[in-house]
Design a binder for this molecule. Structure first.
Ligand SMILES: NC(=O)c1ccc[n+]([C@@H]2O[C@H](COP(=O)([O-])OP(=O)(O)OC[C@H]3O[C@@H](n4cnc5c(N)ncnc54)[C@H](OP(=O)(O)O)[C@@H]3O)[C@@H](O)[C@H]2O)c1
Length: 321
């Protein structure tokens, strides 16, 4: 089969469209023929080496498709089932995936929507409902509000009765974030954005900041938090956040800090299924619309990476095998 592989870390040019042998699925695995593959910022961290992966590596963290063969002992899925997953080696025409990590797709969820939403949508789910369970009437701050995770999270938060202050880079993304649930949108190019968050909250600050931008927004995010607020640092699109001393959290108001990962919120088959079911419910009800704004051929994954890392995308990006 064909896959996008890297044999060294670097820019988008290290992505190679290459022939790879896929062995039959091992016991407990199912082979999934991909119909759509999601693009995620974590794929860029893997490519650049910010997050280490053993090389050579097939990139990719999310895909949807059809089961074509199952390994010994697999009963949860069968050939012909439509499934999706988040996990490794997704930038490929097919993949052997532990059957326990596959989620069967309801008829109303298309393959493209599943490929765009499994990782990003389940992330919005655990962040809003489990890392810091938001409450109706609260005002929260969500960075990169027009991005893949961002557009889903803004809609979901609105659905939960939460007022979202969103940030974006380019002014051109503001209307999109607003349309998808951010009641106020600020540009992080305006150095006064933290003060504006304070103004919008009557000087109090927000009870929670969801920050996936990292280095560039770290300080400002801490300055937006209310006393005993929660800093949810869940990504580093602008670079990793600097080391901090716990004393900073005290000085800025007895703040809480967490650095969560989707993997730890979907550890068991039950957690994975419940998170996926919750996501499918908000998509089916129309509360959350999955916006796929960029589609590329799988062989053109490098173009997708260039677009995502240069902040030129909005919503989700998928690759088509
Ligand atoms: N911890 C977890 O469980 C988890 C799971 C999924 C995703 N994530 C994180 O969530 C974030 C969003 O992921 P995504 O795939 O949906 O990506 P995305 O939000 O579609 O793209 C990243 C966005 O970050 C913003 N950004 C700010 N500074 C940037 C810079 N210097 N370079 C590049 N982008 C910059 C850009 O939006 P503006 O131009 O509008 O600022 C850009 O569009 C990523 O940080 C990802 O690692 C974490």
């Amino acid at each position: 089969m064909k896959a996008i592989r890297i044999s060294k870390t670097g820019g988008p040019d290290v992505l190679e469209w290459t022939d790879v042998d896929l062995p039959p699925p091992a016991p407990g695995e199912a082979r999934v023929r991909h119909t759509a593959v999601g693009v995620n910022f974590i794929d860029i961290y893997h490519r650049t080496g910010l997050y280490k992966v053993p090389l050579p590596a097939i990139l990719g963290s999310e895909a949807a498709g059809v089961v074509d063969t199952v390994g010994a002992g697999v009963t949860a899925v069968k050939p012909g089932d439509r499934v999706a997953y988040f996990g490794n080696n997704a930038y490929a025409e097919a993949n052997n995936v532990p059957a326990a990590r596959l989620v069967r797709l309801p008829a109303e969820i298309s393959d493209e929507v599943a490929a765009a939403a499994m990782l990003k949508g389940m992330t919005a789910q655990y962040l809003l409902k489990r890392t810091y369970p938001v409450k109706k009437g609260q005002t929260i701050l969500w960075h990169a509000a027009a991005g893949g995770v961002g557009l889903i999270a803004c809609q979901w938060a609105r659905h939960l009765g939460v007022h979202v202050i969103g940030t974006v880079g380019a002014e051109s993304k503001m209307a999109l974030a607003r349309k998808h649930g951010a009641g106020h949108v600020l540009s992080t190019h305006d150095p006064h954005w933290p003060g504006k968050v304070r103004e919008l909250t009557g000087g109090e600050g927000v009870p929670v900041v969801y920050d996936s931008v990292g280095k560039a927004t770290w300080e400002g995010s801490l300055d937006c938090l209310a006393i005993r607020g929660m800093m949810v640092s869940f990504g580093n699109a602008s670079g990793p956040v600097p080391d901090i001393s716990p004393g900073v959290l005290s000085a800025k108001g007895s703040l809480y800090l967490t650095r969560p990962s989707l993997f730890h919120y979907t550890r068991t088959a039950e957690e994975l299924q419940q998170t996926a079911d919750d996501l499918f419910d908000v998509i089916r009800s129309g509360a959350v619309k999955i916006e796929i704004h960029q589609r590329f051929r799988l062989s053109d994954a490098a173009k997708a990476h260039e677009a995502l890392q240069s902040r030129a995308t909005t919503g989700a990006t998928i690759l088509l095998p």
